[in-house]
Design a protein around this ligand. Sequence first.
Ligand code: NAD
Length: 482
Amino acid sequence: MVATVIPVDPFDLVIFGGTGDLARRKILPALYRRLRAGQMPKNAHVVGVGRKVLPTEAYRQIAASAIREFVRREEQDAGSLDDFLRCLTYRNVDVRGREGWSELRELMCTDHVRVFYFSVAPSLFSILSERTHDEDLATPDCRIVVEKPFGHDFASARTLNTEMAATFDEHQIYRIDHYLGKETVQNLMALRFGNALFEPVWNSQFVDNVQITVAESIGIGDRGGYYDEAGAMRDMVQNHLMQLLCLTAMEPPAQFDPDAIRDEKLKVIKSLGPVMRKDVVRGQYLKGNGGSGYLEECGNPKSRTETFVALKVQVDNWRWSGTPFYLRTGKRLRSTLTEVSVAFKDPRHWIFDEHGNRKGTNLAIRLQPNEGITMRMTIKDPGPGGMRLKEVPLDMSFADALDEGTLTMPDAYERLIMDVVRGNQTLFMRGDEVEAAWSWVDPIILRWSQDGSVIHEYEPGTVGPIESLFLLHRDSRYWREI
Ligand code: NAD
């Protein structure tokens, strides 16, 4: 079964930061795959903009080598690569300056959807908003795409929002959190709102706890400078984990409409209770398992930045009051895995003899690796010997369920960029959502800086600091295995 492809209208996409790492690893490969799938029209026009002086031909070579490196070999072919490279142009513009803008403007087609992708450092977002406007590139229905991180705290996010609002309407601003573009994230909504089975039990009466895990086996690599300023709370919790929490906990929107969905997500963030000190564990990875420790990698031997954080969170509303949400994320852990798991309560009245060992139902929604859904159900252990119970998985991998469609299943950036061209903001964060997330996260980070709270060290290749296990043990619960 191959996914149906609906072509988008011809577009002009200007990638500011077109020679950067993100453009090479994600944006250009995503566009190439959409062109090859027949979704991006061959008369679409992609303009890479950077500080380097480069002829267009050299930029096409950069793009070609990015595609060879970052697109699976079986998804490459010479014909579509040629078609794609013909869509590319390069212009050298220093966005802080005044040179080169008129040449850029001349490249724009008046009848194309116009998108400006801000794939540059966030410190350039404001000036870029201003320049695209002053230099007459912006049109009333053009769109801008803004990469994370969106702000460093509430105040900086508010400033960015205000500066962009001076030139663009909220309906033109697409703040990317690539987690939202993943197939399974949207499946969270399909699962919840497309099946009558789940919604009646999706509340504190039936759900014992929810766990959201984003684990990575890699360390910070060469992102030390950025990461040491951010830490796991800013880099992962404020955006990715918060978005997963919102989609899991939100009320059904009145319709599948960007603002209706974002209104419901915002309500979840606003109902998050303050996190008490005892409900947060933060950690830092040590040297080991063939790798250096965090302190060495970030180049700051006194760093108090967390590479791991686990939290117990209360969603204080009618639906969830009393059901804790446990969040955890970390680097250099045992595996790379992103998962939302919902543990249902034991049946209210137990009729079987096996008193000591009740089995609940658990639903796990895997975002990576191998996107899919697993439901653990209690069944009778087959054979004679009485009514013995057994827990078995009902396992559904999208790759298997969709058969050959996997080869054409778009990755997050492909879906998100096509949504921008279509003008669909459902999978993008609204300004007020981002600000609300920061205002919940800020006091936790502030307390760390004020009270000198402990950072627990952990061995690489493990599940993180042992204290994170206690966070659940003291509630007589366990984390799912990672
Ligand atoms: P990078 O340093 O690799 O590339 C920066 C790009 O910006 C280059 O093309 C450079 O020429 C251009 N640039 C810098 N200053 C400029 C100026 N004054 N005028 C015009 N162009 C200028 O950065 P990156 O890793 O590609 O990241 C880009 C953005 O995406 C950042 O905001 C980053 O936080 C975000 N991001 C990156 C990743 C990733 O995986 N690389 C992931 C998530 C978010």
